[in-house]
Design a protein around this ligand. Structure first.
Ligand code: GDP
Ligand code: MG
Length: 463
């Protein structure tokens, strides 16, 4: 990415809207220091501001009226978030005050920052690569400690460094090939094809595959999973929702058809955000409102990542369960046999046998039995073989990275085939270059302007 030092100065409120203990106005660009000198009057008169030092004083408007008592810091380029001169005014967290301070900053010549523009400047200034910039959004939007931790690692350059190692190896391979291109008439075989294949496998293909596996797990850790509770009316879906949430969220009554609309709640199972949806029980004879609820239930099941099919142990598995089971045959499903407190173990085992292809977990929502086993089964079903990876992961490529990593891997695999076929070196070099270009798209080296716009538009203003 070409680096253009910005000529304009941007400003925004960097703290969340609403009332808070403090609120920060952030300014970045060549005029930051002169703006500070105009609108901030230090308690002890200063001839100049020392970089990275906090000053106590008053913020004043163009007319010299005091707007707030504040702490101000001037951070001289390049050791700043944006690599430009940055000023932060730590005011009282009143939205009105902050708006007034910001208006003054604008009237003195700064312009409003766009979403993510501070981070975009950090990227364009070469302080961070694109994966680190994207980690900032992940960090701000993290829903669980685990996803916050992954974002923090990525912000430290974990993903970037892994990509750099792959890139270094590709550059080495390219250098080898270029020697052969430059000396086409040598008798000796300059390119040791087999050796290059081995290096390609261990230092390029394998790490790319690992990153792709991390991307899949990362999506689960970051975005979580949508789990739908389905079953006949009265199977105990709402009771289970309440138990999992540990609160009386949904109405539970002995009357079938109590839940008509869907109820959606969020909670966390072993670090994975779960979006849990309770639905109207599926049955035939209903009133129009219940019918709408049932249609909505079916729609939610289609969108689910995982369906918990509840079966009432005391009622057994009959046509409604079978029909429901058929309709979601393509969905990952856990069969939950509820109300096990009402029947004996033999009956539970018989019922479980009617679902030979799926995990079956016996529970009693009422007695709160089998709940931790159910949570474990959910975790296993969601993370699958990736459980170990999930625990150990230190970075989580996002959907954008995943798509490009796949393209990089494909280019790498084409290269592998071409090497095995002892293809002409110039052809090999083209494949290496294409893999290198893809990697550059991930880290921002060759990313196009419109892709950057999409990425930074996901940020909030002031970040
Ligand atoms: N004995 C027993 N009753 C339960 C259990 N789970 C739910 N129930 C009862 O079954 C009835 C229907 O429960 P509810 O959660 O509303 O079912 P839903 O229609 O599937 O949402 C209520 O009277 C619950 O108290 C259980 O594990 N054991
Ligand atoms: Mg219900």
């Amino acid at each position: 990415m070409a680096v253009h030092p910005a000529t304009d100065t941007i400003a925004a409120i960097a703290t969340a809207p609403g009332t808070g203990g403090i609120g920060i106005v952030r300014i970045s660009g060549p005029d930051a220091l002169s703006l500070l000198s105009t609108l901030f009057v230090p308690h002890r008169p200063q001839s100049s501001f020392i970089s990275h030092r906090l000053y106590y004083g008053r913020v004043v408007n163009e007319a010299g009226q005091v707007l707030d008592e504040a702490l101000a810091v001037y951070m001289r380029s390049p050791h700043t978030y944006t690599r430009e001169d940055v000023v932060e005014l730590h005011c009282h967290g009143s939205y009105m005050v902050l708006q007034e301070v910001l208006r003054t900053v604008f009237s003195l010549g700064a312009r409003p920052a766009q979403s993510g523009e501070f981070t975009k400047r950090a990227f364009l200034g070469g302080r961070i690569d694109l994966t680190r910039a994207e980690a900032v959004v992940d960090l701000l939007q993290a829903q669980t400690p685990k996803s916050a931790q992954l974002a923090a690692h990525q912000l430290q350059g974990e993903l970037f460094e892994r990509l750099e190692l792959i890139r270094d190896e590709l550059v080495n391979i390219l250098a080898l090939l270029e020697v052969a291109i430059d000396f086409p008439d040598e008798d000796v075989e300059i390119v040791q094809y087999e050796q290059v294949v081995l290096r390609l496998q261990s230092a390029v293909l394998l790490p790319l595959e690992q990153l792709l596996a991390m991307a899949d797990q990362g999506k689960i850790i970051r975005d979580g999973v949508k789990i739908v509770l389905a079953g006949r009316p009265n199977a105990g879906k709402s009771s289970l929702l309440n138990v999992l949430l540990r609160e009386e969220r949904a109405l539970v009554t002995p009357q079938p058809g109590t839940t008509r609309d869907t109820i959606e709640e969020r909670f966390v199972i072993r670090g994975i955000p779960v979006h849990l949806i309770d639905t109207a029980g599926i049955r035939q004879h209903q009133d129009p409102i219940e019918a709408m609820g049932i249609e909505r239930a079916r729609q939610k099941m289609r969108q689910a990542d995982l369906v918990l099919l509840l079966v009432d142990a005391s009622a057994g598995c009959a046509a409604p369960e079978r029909e429901l089971f058929q309709s979601i045959s393509d969905k990952p499903t856990i069969v939950v046999i509820n109300k096990c407190d009402l029947v004996d173990g033999h009956q539970v085992a018989n019922l479980a046998n009617s679902f030979p292809k799926n995990p079956v977990v016996p529970i009693s929502a009422k007695k709160q039995q089998g709940i931790s086993e159910l949570q474990e089964a959910i975790y296993q079903r969601v993370v699958g073989d990736g459980a170990d990876l999930c625990e150990q992961m230190t970075c989580a490529p996002n959907t954008r990275h995943r798509a490009i990593l796949t393209q990089t891997l494909t280019a790498g695999q084409r290269l592998e085939t071409a090497l095995r076929d002892h293809a002409p070196v110039d052809l090999l070099a083209i494949e290496v270059q294409s893999a290198l270009d893809y990697l550059g798209d991930i880290t921002g080296l060759t990313t196009t302007e419109d892709v950057l716009d999409v990425i930074f538009s996901k940020f909030c203003i002031g970040k």
